[in-house]
Design a binder for this molecule. Structure first.
Ligand code: AMP
Length: 209
């Protein structure tokens, strides 16, 4: 098992992928495996909205429309969260970064702490399947087809460029998210398997890439 090795070393991992690809679900499994906290900026913002904090009031309407909260606000949120003691040995970031400027902010935070990312996991699912899943789930007021399509459009325009950004930096690992949840989980854990951590060369081989 990789658990002991991963835990002793910690790990800094970014989960990337379109809204509804199952990043949250997979993140829960992976963060336990790695022994690091899962940090979801979406969850943090939803909490702020629920609590009616100044941040919550500022972002509520933006979130409801499917748009992105501005990079400066998100930089404050993430900087503060990553400075907490539980993130010292690593974290799994879900939902951040979402724009190229955010990726640069994260790079700066890491640089200042003399740290590096271990991997960026892209969980990919075709867009039609994402819309189908989202409508099936239909959880909240922000889950109308219009808002779902807007979130996907924003993903394509603002977030998808991060795929190339992290690929160029040798950090990207791709996971086919269009499979049963257990298969996605197995594929993902395979990348971190057999005590090899997330070393790029080893993991590409392990993933059969
Ligand atoms: P999520 O749960 O990650 O899909 O996030 C829900 C909503 O929160 C998004 O649609 C955005 O409005 C906002 N949000 C979460 N993370 C970010 C981020 N990194 N940058 C900008 N907006 C974000």
């Amino acid at each position: 098992m990789a658990d002991a090795a991963s835990r002793s070393r910690g790990a800094r991992v970014v989960l990337l992928g379109p809204p509804g690809a199952g990043k949250g679900t997979q993140g829960q499994v992976l963060c336990q495996h790695l022994g690091v906290p899962a940090i979801s900026t979406g969850d943090m913002l939803r909490e702020a909205v629920a609590e009616g904090t100044p941040l919550g009031n500022k972002v509520q309407g933006i979130m409801a429309s499917g748009a992105l909260v501005d990079d400066a606000t998100m930089a404050d949120v993430v900087r503060e969260r990553l400075a907490k003691p539980d993130a010292r040995r690593g974290y799994l970031l879900d939902g951040y970064p979402r724009t190229l400027p955010q990726a640069e902010t994260l790079a700066g935070i890491l640089r200042d702490a003399a740290q590096e990312l271990d991997a960026v996991l892209l969980v990919d699912v075709p867009e039609d399947e994402l819309v189908r899943r989202a409508l099936l789930r239909g959880r909240g007021p922000n889950d109308t087809e219009e808002v779902i399509r807007e979130r996907l459009r924003v993903y394509r325009e603002k977030t998808a460029p991060l795929i190339g950004y992290y690929r160029e930096r040798g950090l990207l690992r791709e996971i086919d998210g269009n499979r049963p949840i257990e298969d996605v989980t197995a594929g993902m854990l395979g990348l971190f398997g057999a005590g090899q951590g997330v070393n790029p060369g080893v993991d590409r081989e392990a993933a059969g890439a």
